[in-house]
Structures are given as C-alpha cells and as structure tokens.
Design a protein around this ligand. Sequence first.
Ligand code: GLV
Ligand code: MN
Ligand code: MN
Length: 415
Amino acid sequence: MGRVKPNIGRLKSDIEEISTFIDKTKLGHTRRSFTEEYKQARMWLRGKMEEVGLKTSIDAAANIIGRLSGSDDNLKPIMLGSHTDTVENGGMYDGTIGVLGGIEVVRVLKENGITLRHSLEIVDFTSEEPSEFGLSTIGSKGMVGELSEEMLQRKDNLGRVLSEAIDDLGGNYKAIKRLARKKGDVTLYLELHNELGPVLDNKRCPLGVVTGIVGIHRYKVLVEGESNHAGTTPMNMRYDALAFTSELILKLQGLCRERNSYDIVGTVGKLKVEPNASNVIPGKCEFEFEVRALKNEVIYEIVSEFIEEAEKLSKEENINIKFDNISKSSSVIINEDISGVLKDSCDKVAESMYLPSGAGHDANHINNIAPVGMIFVPSKDGKSHCPEEYTSYEEIEVGVTALIQSLISFDENLK
Ligand code: GLV
Ligand code: MN
Ligand code: MN
C-alpha cells in the first residue's frame, strides 16, 4: 500500500479549536482536569469523534472512547490514545496531538477505503497530568483496575471527592473495578506524543521510537518545626521547617545526581510554607517530591535512602517529619517486537531513532493489560510543561503519518 498521509490543515484546525478551551487567565495553555474548560473540551471532542463516524462512550473511569469496527469480530481492539488535560501554564501539544492525531487517523483510513481487521479505539484518558486530587493518569489507572478505594476517596483543595468528580465527568466510579479491562482485552496500545525533552530536536531527528518509559514514585511530606519571631529568636534556638526542607531538597538532588544516569531524576515541584511571612520563622512545610528512573529498583533504593536520611536528620534537628505515598507507577520496557515494527514503519516515513521516555504516560498503566508502543515527535529546544512548548505542524504531520503506517502494519500482523 502506498503511503497514506494525514490532512495536516484539518488536524491543525482541530488542535487550534480544542486549544480555545483553556483558562484564559493563565499563561500558555491551562486546561486542568475536572474544570469547566476540560468539560467543554471533552464535549467538543466527543462531538468530533461522532462527526468522523466513531461510536462514542464514556467508561467507568470517565475515559472518552471512540470506536471504529474492524472486519474481524474475533480480534480484540487496537487502541490509540493520549490525554487532553494540561499542567498549569502548559503547552498546547502535550497529549492533544495523540488524541486528535488518532481522530485524523480514522478520517484518513475512511478516505482511503481502508478497513482494519481489528476494531480501533481512540481514547482520551481522564486526567493524565497530576490533578488537584494529587493523582495523575487517573483514567488509565482506572481502565486497568489500579484505582484503589483509598485513591477514589482523595479530596482536592475545594473538598471535592475524586469518585464524585469522576462521576461528574460521566464516569461511574462504583463500576471501575468490575469493568476494568483485563490482560488480552486489548491487542495493542499505541500513543503518539511530543518527546517533551531535548533529544530529537538536538539531533534534528523527526521521529523517536520509545524503548522504555520511566517509573514514577510520588510522596507528600509534612515537616513540622516551630514558628516564632524572625528577629528575636537566635539561630541556635530555631526549629525552622523551611530551612530543614531546603536541606532535604538538596539531599534528594544529591542522591539522584550521584547515580549519574540521565534517566534518574528527583524533583520537589510543589511546596507550601506556613505561615509564609517574611518576619516569621516557618513553622510548617508541606511538599511533594517524585523520583523517576527506568529501573524500578533504583527508584525504591533512592526513596528509601532519602526517607532514612531525612528521618535521621529530623531526630538530630528536633523537627517532625511524616511521609505519605501518593502513587507508584512502574517503569515500562517496550517489547522489542513492538518497537522493531515501529522502527521499520517510522523509517519508511522519515529518519528515526530509538530513545527512552523521561516523561510518564498512560502507557505505563495500559502496559499491565496489553503490549504498548510510543512514537515521539520533537519538542523545540526540549521545552515542555511550560508555555514555550512547541512542535511544528510539519513535524506533527510526519508523526501522524508514522502512526498510520505502524497501525496498518500491526493490524496486518497481530492476532
Ligand atoms: C507527564 O507529563 C509527566 O509528568 O511525566
Ligand atoms: Mn505532560
Ligand atoms: Mn502527556
């Protein structure tokens, strides 16, 4: 079959249209999960899926699914997916190109008279980014039965409960466990995404075939010292929660840096200080940290060393500390048969290279029930999760072409 290409003008207009559903008071693109903008974008998206002839539904975890029937009812579906929520002050391509690229794939298949053997499911996963409930990849966790009752009862700052927020999006939290998909229910999961990092752009390489995806462990930490007057309390009589937290932040950095491997990273990206006043010694800090690596055992090792050292330090400095795990997602090593087919398909379209993913994805969870594969397109200057995030439409066109090529190849060869 000759190369089948997307209509990039049409995809561009879809990407631009969904990008109008944002919080306009924020920088860049902000479409936080469970907000009004998110709901509007999802409604628009569902309409778009229907418009291209997909049969749509919302599953128990509130994922939006558009289905195209295949010619062989005995085969389990191939899934293409990503997400439409963003971080605060984020970019306009992270997630959206995978979902809208999937819809474009459907249009192209139809226009070219191609009927796949497998049914195709285009999925917009609920809340891939860390939500206000402190949890990320909610939809993909839910789809494979990994959303625990404890997670479903978590609250956001407004006091909303996650289970209710899922139902508010059209899900059915009570049915999540029962309706979870099992191993063998899905033939293959493919995701097109911008790299979110610098490798492809640095190498001027248009396509990346992902070899592995980092695992991520996240924790919430409460540090309690004593607030007091910042002028009258001598340095040796203080229990400064923020100064202590700063020591911990550097400690975490050190534990990751000393391993000297570029996939091993640790970050404190969220911090609350109380009372947060210039002339009061901080009495309390709450922060969240995450550790990522391609090897799960490395994450466990760093986290346990960090907790051990923090607890030792807390005794020495008479400051209380408490750790609560938020989430643990396992790393993924992509099956070489899958990445091999992706590489061959990508090479037919443009130059491509193998690379691991330092970002987490819904694929981390879908991997528990089906083989997964990911194709990356470049992120300009390696920027993402910020307003400067950029991928050109020419680059997106190459990515979607590679996705179609790969899909056709898998459809022919997978049972
Ligand atoms: C997802 O965007 C992540 O935080 O890796
Ligand atoms: Mn992201
Ligand atoms: Mn993403």
